[in-house]
Structure formats: structure tokens, C-alpha cells
Design a protein. Structure first.
Length: 270
């Protein structure tokens, strides 16, 4: 279930980022064509729709290339600012070159198919380097930082808990637990067990429902059967297989599964 949720979350992120990117690139593509048209009218030069539409596909190629660049960034996950800058510099120039050569190749291929007098590779390459290179480098250099900003913004906009307490039953009583005092929650089928300071409470809500009530910036799903308050984690011990044991402030241990590492990986660098 959690793996499916991770895929769904990643899909939502991709769809959101992709939507913004597509709109931006389509607008840029349209404006570039309009600019060529206005320039041709002002300078009294010829204007050829097919040629300008083909040439300005350059801007639409940012859609797949930036998505690929962001995918690799999400996998690399550089933590320090220095590493992020070094990563942006190295991949920025690499993706800029790939973008330029891929576009030039596509342009020449289509040009040979539809034009009576096809363009030369060297001429188009030189033209792109002269006019678009600096913009392309800037786009790919800043792409990781924009991606990081949007990711943080999405996380902050998630449905944060509107309640500060969770009500549980204990015998004939109903007790309100301050969410801030919760150390971790584990599945204890058909119930869940909430560990709050030195008390344990059985609760009849599922772990999935409780997860929606908790602040995901503080409460991390670390296992298919456990959610942990990261403020109460004192130590992580490797199991040598990708899993870790998280030691809490009360001395208890909770297993951190490698399958949920995306949720708790940042803790390894603290």
C-alpha cells in the first residue's frame, strides 16, 4: 500500500511540475513565433510558417529534457548547498549540450524531409549556439533549485492537521492525546497502538487514516506498520541491508524500512 502511495505521490509531483513546465514552454514557443513574425514585418523580410514553427520547437524540447533533469536530481538528492551548486553546474552544461545537439539533429532530419533546400547541420548548430546557448544554460542551471522550491512548496501546502489532539478509548473513558507528545504509532491489528511519552493507547483507526491527521513534516512513515515522530529520534543504526533501527528518546527501537527511505533519508544527514 505504501509503495503504491509513494508512486501516487511522485505521480502527483510530476503532473504538477509538468503542467507548469508545459504551459511555460508553450507560451514561450508561441511568443518566439510571434516575435519572428513581427520582426519579418518590421524588417520587410520573408516569413515562413513551417520553418519558424520547426525552429522554435527548440523551446518545447525543454519539456522532456527538464523532466529528465529533475528525475536525475531527485535520485541524486544532493544535501548541502555546495553539492547542489556543483551538481547544477555539471548537469546544467551537460543537458544544455544534449539539448542543442538533439534539437539540431531533429531540425536537420525534418528539414531534409520537407524542404527542397534543406539546412546544413553546422549552420543551424552555430545559429543555436549564438542565440540560445546562454538561455539554455541558465534554464538548466536553475532547474534543480526551482524543482526543490516547488517540492518544498507542495509539502507545505499539504493538508496539515487542523487538530492538536487525537481522541482514543481506554476502557470506558475517552482520552485526548496531545499530538505533540506522540513518539510513534504502530499497527497492532485490528488496532493501532499510539505510544505517547510513557503511555500506550490502543486506537481503532487505521494507520493510513492517522497518517492523514499528522503533519508529514514531523511524522514520518518509516515502515508499512509504523509512523515516527522525527523529533524523538536520537539515533539510527544500520542493519547492513538498507534498513535501519531508529532509537527514540524513550529507548524504544523502531525499524526503518529501506522501501520507505524517501520519507526518512534526510535523517541520515542530520
Amino acid at each position: 500500500m505504501k509503495i503504491q502511495k509513494l508512486y501516487a505521490t511522485n505521480s502527483e509531483r510530476l503532473n504538477s511540475s509538468l503542467g507548469i513546465l508545459v504551459v511555460f514552454c508553450v507560451v514561450l514557443y508561441s511568443l518566439a513565433i510571434l516575435q519572428d513574425y513581427v520582426f519579418s514585418k518590421v524588417q520587410l523580410t520573408g516569413f515562413y510558417w513551417y520553418e519558424t514553427m520547426l525552429y522554435n520547437i527548440y523551446w518545447l524540447l525543454f519539456i522532456p529534457f527538464i523532466q529528465i533533469a529533475n528525475y536525475f536530481y531527485s535520485k541524486a538528492q544532493p544535501k548541502s548547498l555546495t553539492n547542489k551548486i556543483l551538481y547544477a553546474l555539471s548537469t546544467g552544461f551537460m543537458f544544455s549540450l544534449l539539448h542543442i545537439f538533439f534539437f539540431t539533429s531533429i531540425f536537420i532530419l525534418v528539414s531534409n524531409l520537407i524542404f527542397l533546400e534543406p539546412h546544413r547541420f553546422s549552420r543551424i548548430l552555430k545559429n543555436v549556439i549564438s542565440n540560445q546557448l546562454y538561455l539554455t544554460i541558465i534554464a538548466y542551471l536553475f532547474s534543480p533549485f526551482v524543482y526543490e522550491y516547488l517540492k518544498r512548496k507542495r509539502r507545505l501546502k499539504k493538508d496539515l492537521p487542523t487538530q492538536r489532539t487525537i481522541t482514543v478509548k481506554k476502557g470506558t473513558r475517552r482520552i485526548k492525546i496531545d499530538i505533540a507528545t506522540i513518539l510513534f504509532i504502530k499497527t497492532d491489528r485490528p488496532y493501532t497502538t499510539i505510544y505517547s511519552n510513557n503511555q500506550n493507547f490502543l486506537h481503532d483507526e487505521s494507520l493510513k487514516k492517522l497518517e492523514k491527521l499528522l503533519d508529514t513534516l514531523i511524522f514520518l512513515r518509516v515502515h508499512r506498520s509504523a509512523i515516527v515522530n522525527k523529533k524523538h529520534i536520537t539515533e539510527l543504526k544500520s542493519r547492513k541491508n538498507g534498513d535501519y533501527d531508529g532509537i527514540l528518546t524513550n529507548g524504544q527501537s523502531v525499524r526503518f524500512s529501506r522501501h520507505y527511505r524517501q520519507n526518512w533519508n534526510e535523517l541520515l544527514n542530520h
